[in-house]
Design a protein around this ligand. Sequence first.
Ligand code: FEO
Length: 394
Amino acid sequence: MHKPVKNNVSWVGKVDWELRDFHGHELSTHRGTSYNSYLIKEEKVALVDTVWLPYAEEFVDNLAQEIPLDRIDYIIVNHGEIDHSGALPELMRHIPDKPIYCTANGIKSLRGHYHQDWNFHPVKTGDRLDLGNGKQLVFFEAPLLHWPDTMFTYLTGDNILFSNDAFGQHYATEELFNDRVDQAELYAEAMKYYANILTPFSGQVTKKINEFLGLKLPVAMICTSHGVIWRDHPEQIIEKYLAWANNYQENRVVIVYDTMWEGTRLLAEAIAEGIRESDPAVIIKLYNASKSDKNDIMTEIFRAKAVLFGSPTVNRAILHTIAGLLEMARGLAFKGKKAAAFGTYGWSGESVALINEGLQKAGFQVVDEGLKALWRPDSDSLRKAREFGAKFLG
Ligand code: FEO
C-alpha cells in the first residue's frame, strides 16, 4: 500500500496489527507496530529501508505496483536489523545489481544476516547522494541508536529526517502522522520504546542528537521506521529524547514483587502505605511480577525515581520473575534511581541479600539493607514495613 508523505516521498511499508511480541519474546507490543519503508521518486529513485521478513513478498509486490523495480536507483539501509532489512533478499532477487548504501557496520550486519555479497556502498557522516531536481540525500552515522550500524538519512529540499528506530514507537495505526493519533497512546508507546530499547545508549543519544542539531539542518518531518511520522512540531520528540536520555525520572516509586503465599504482597502494600505517609504527592505503583508485563514494568522503572524489589526466599534463591527483571534492569542500565529490597522467609532467608546484590549489579543506589519478615507478616512486621516505607525516600 502507498501513502503520500510529502511531494515525491511516499510510505510503502507494512502496518502489523497482529504483532504482540518483538525481539523474540523480549519486548511486548500491545498495540502492534509498523515497518516503515519510504520511496523517493525524484530524477533518481531511492528506497529507504524495507520491512520485516514475513512480509517480504507482499512488500515487493506492492512496491512493484508503485514503480517498476528496475527504476529504483538507490537502496538506503539505515539499519540492518531484520525488521527493516528482512525484505532485502526478496527485493535483491529482482534487482541484484542495484547499489545498497549503508554504513561500514551496516555491511557487516547485512552480510552477517543474509550471507550475500550485494553491491554495497559504505557511507559516512556528511556523504551525499544526488537525486536530481535539486535534492540530495545526506547521511549521518548514528551508531548505537540502537545498533552499531545505525545511520540517519536526511533529504534536502523536503527537509525530511529518516531516523530509523530513533523516535519510533511500536504502534499500529492506519494514520501516518503524529497529529492524527491519540496523543496518550502515542507517548505511552514512544516512552516504552525508549525505556526498553534506547535507555542503555542514553549517552550516545544525547551526543548524536546534539551533533545532528549542530548541523542546523531544518527538520520539517521525522520519518521513523516504526509508528507514526512526526510532522506536527517534530522537535517535540527530539526534546523528549534529550530529556529521557538525561537520567530521566518523575516523582514516582515502583514496587515490584512476587509472592507465593501472599506474605511478600502484604509487605509490598504496607511499604506503599509508609511511602504514602512520608510523601502525599508521590505516585506509587505496585506490580506483581508474575501477573504483569515485564516491559511495562521496565517502563514504570524508567519513569520512577526509586524502586523496591520484593521476593520470598525459596530454595535459598529468589523467585525467577524477580531474578529475570533484575537481569533486564541490569541490561537497561538505569541511572540515578534509589532502590531497596524486601521479602518474607521461613528459615534460611537469603532473598533480601540476593536482591540487594542484583540491584547493585543493575546500577541502582541501594539506600537500605532491606526488610525481611519471618513467615506471614504479623501486625508487628507490617508496622515495621510501614516504617521501612516511610523512611525509604529519605
Ligand atoms: Fe526496528 Fe533495530 O530495528
